[in-house]
Design a protein around this ligand. Structure first.
Ligand SMILES: NC(=O)c1ccc[n+]([C@@H]2O[C@H](COP(=O)([O-])OP(=O)(O)OC[C@H]3O[C@@H](n4cnc5c(N)ncnc54)[C@H](OP(=O)(O)O)[C@@H]3O)[C@@H](O)[C@H]2O)c1
Length: 277
């Protein structure tokens, strides 16, 4: 049995992860903006589920969430950075407020929470940090400049942190989904005011998202089972790509990157000083 802190447990991936974790007998701290949204889980799992009022955009909430988890359960073994939301906006349509709120929610907030959890995990010489990334961080679409930028920033930060903390028994995994059937495209997708010139790109992607909403191929319950299975793996993957869509998109991107690297390799290599100089 592990103690797991999950952010955004009200709906979608977070709720599925929390439900599955509780069913498996883990102790779960549910970090949510509205504790009432998880009152049913807390009532159904007395002593095992604990709600914590938590907002990624409030800096003090990170250390408090970790502290409350320890006070309640006496330990913290796994942090699941799940909460987040999308922003559909061309780079030039994005307002300052949209930019800072999205970065705060998808990058700075999770970064702060990881930083708050690390001293506990470092002292106990074990820990798992799992974060919900997005395929857009690796193979992006028009309209996701800020959202995917924030996810890519967290992935890069965790890549470094994983190397910094491996010696303390701490293991990181970035989960990389394509479209999964949650509230993400509905209530969790912010929009900018569209400039007519971006209708053919951002507008088109927005229309695709609207069309797929409610019919996304990804099943968050199946994903949650796989994510929690990682806790039994001695060597969990740093990147876990889930669903056909993300798997295909990433494979195409890797092939395109390899071919571009090859095409420009000779000229790129020629920018080093001559060997031995
Ligand atoms: N579903 C997909 O297709 C998909 C694809 C790629 C990546 N993802 C990622 O998966 C993660 C979970 O999203 P989901 O698909 O499960 O969507 P969801 O059902 O809309 O859940 C989003 C969760 O994030 C929480 N949240 C948003 N802003 C927050 C804040 N400032 N502080 C604390 N909690 C906050 C929401 O809380 P409230 O209930 O209070 O709003 C909700 O619990 C996100 O990081 C998302 O980027 C999803």
């Amino acid at each position: 049995m592990s103690t797991i802190l999950i952010t955004g447990a009200s709906t979608g991936f977070g709720r599925s992860l929390a439900t599955e974790a509780l069913d498996r007998g883990h102790q779960v701290a549910l970090a949510v903006r509205t504790p009432e949204s998880v009152a049913d889980l807390v009532a159904a799992h007395p002593g095992k589920a604990h709600a914590i009022r938590f907002d990624l955009t409030k800096p003090a909430d990170a250390e408090r969430a970790v502290r409350e988890t320890i006070e309640q359960f006496g330990s913290l073994d796994v942090l699941i950075n799940n909460a987040g939301y999308g922003l559909l906006a061309a780079l030039e349509e994005t307002t300052d407020d949209q930019l800072s709120r999205n970065l705060e929610t998808n990058f700075t907030g999770p970064f702060r929470l990881i930083r708050a959890a690390l001293p506990v995990m470092r002292a106990q010489k074990s820990g798992r940090i799992i974060s919900l990334s997005a395929i857009a961080a690796y193979a992006n679409h028009p309209g996701f400049a800020v959202y995917a930028g924030a996810k890519a920033a967290l992935d890069a930060a965790c890549d470094a942190a994983a190397q910094e903390t491996a010696a303390f028994g701490i293991k990181f995994t970035q989960v990389i989904p394509g479209p999964f059937r949650t509230d993400f495209i509905g209530r969790s997708l912010d929009h900018a005011e569209r400039l007519p010139d971006y209708e053919a790109t951002v507008g088109k992607f927005g229309a695709y998202l609207a069309k797929v909403n409610g019919k996304q191929p990804g099943d968050p319950v199946a994903a949650s089972r796989l994510i929690l299975d990682l806790l039994n793996e001695e060597k969990p993957p740093f990147r876990l790509v889930i669903g056909h869509y993300a798997t295909t998109m990433l494979a195409k991107k890797i092939a395109a990157n390899a071919s571009e690297l090859e095409a420009w390799k000779e000229r790129g290599l020629a920018t080093d000083f001559p060997a031995g100089s």
